[in-house]
Design a protein around this ligand. Structure first.
Ligand SMILES: [Zn+2]
Length: 271
């Protein structure tokens, strides 16, 4: 929402600049408008790059601070059979991931909704509803590895950089102050539904599939998971994003299965 507001402001400033050709007063107002616009763009660019250029330790620290904010909501579980299960699967996936030095943290959200999300620096959150929905641990491993993929590819970090660039209050802060302000300023709902791009979702699927395969899970069960979602809810995913569709996600994974030499190329999972 804030992003749209800023974009609208930019449009109005440009119109004001282009039409300023009458009185000197109007011209100086237009100049001030232009300077303000340039200042906002510069601040936004600085904020964007200060988030994008964070090192791994800073990103992990940011993930930890987001975790503290999320726990204030009180629905994140740290014990119980579901927590044990996802941490057991996660500890098998982590060393086989494409970033084995990342310190992954796996938590369960006490929600019946079939969903999961990631933040930054290795933090993965899986809803109880998703754990109940999956048919087996291989499907669950695929979903967990998908969220790990978002961390590895820094998809949410990119989203946070975009949010910071577009929000005047955040963009006015300097690097360390901006990073410190992010966890409390960025809402819970943004993390739950960060509206990642289709490409980000496809990339996380590919990373997740490959990770679960390398860790010795039946990676085809990620295809089976999307197939099951399609059967239950139609061809629109309720997990991880509103789009792409389950069919699109399956079709993007099948060539990877062939490339990895998985017998049958996961075609039997796509029923
Ligand atoms: Zn996703």
């Amino acid at each position: 929402m804030k992003k749209i507001t800023v974009f609208a402001t930019l449009s109005l400033s440009v119109v004001g600049c282009g039409s300023a050709q009458t009185s000197g007063q109007n011209k100086s107002a237009a100049d001030a408008n232009t300077n303000s616009w340039i200042g906002a763009v510069k601040a936004g660019a600085t904020a964007y790059s200060s988030i994008k250029n964070m090192n791994d330790a800073q990103i992990a620290d940011l993930g930890s601070k987001f975790d503290v904010e999320l726990r204030k909501k009180g629905n994140i579980l740290d014990s119980g059979s579901e927590v044990e299960l996802i941490r057991q699967i996660g500890s098998r996936l982590a060393p086989a991931s494409s970033k084995p030095d990342m310190q992954f943290q796996f938590s369960v959200v006490d929600s019946a909704e079939i969903n999961a999300f990631a933040t930054v620096g290795g933090y993965v959150y899986i809803n109880k509803g998703l754990i109940s929905f999956v048919k087996n641990n291989d499907e669950l491993a695929g979903a967990i590895a998908h969220e790990m993929g978002h961390n590895i590819a820094k998809h949410v970090l990119e989203k946070l950089a975009e949010i910071s660039a577009a929000d005047a209050a955040l963009a006015s802060l300097s690097g360390p102050e901006l990073i410190a302000a992010l966890p409390s300023k960025v809402g819970y709902t943004v993390l739950l539904a960060p509206h990642l791009s289709r490409n980000a979702e496809f990339q996380a699927d590919q990373l997740g599939f490959q990770n679960s395969w390398k860790a010795g899970y039946n990676a085809c069960e990620l295809v089976g998971f999307f197939s099951q979602m399609r059967k239950t809810y139609g061809d629109k995913s309720t997990i991880m994003s509103d789009h792409p569709s389950n069919t699109n996600r399956i079709e993007a994974l099948l060539p990877l299965a062939q490339k990895l030499g998985i017998p049958g190329g996961c075609s039997s999972a796509n029923d």
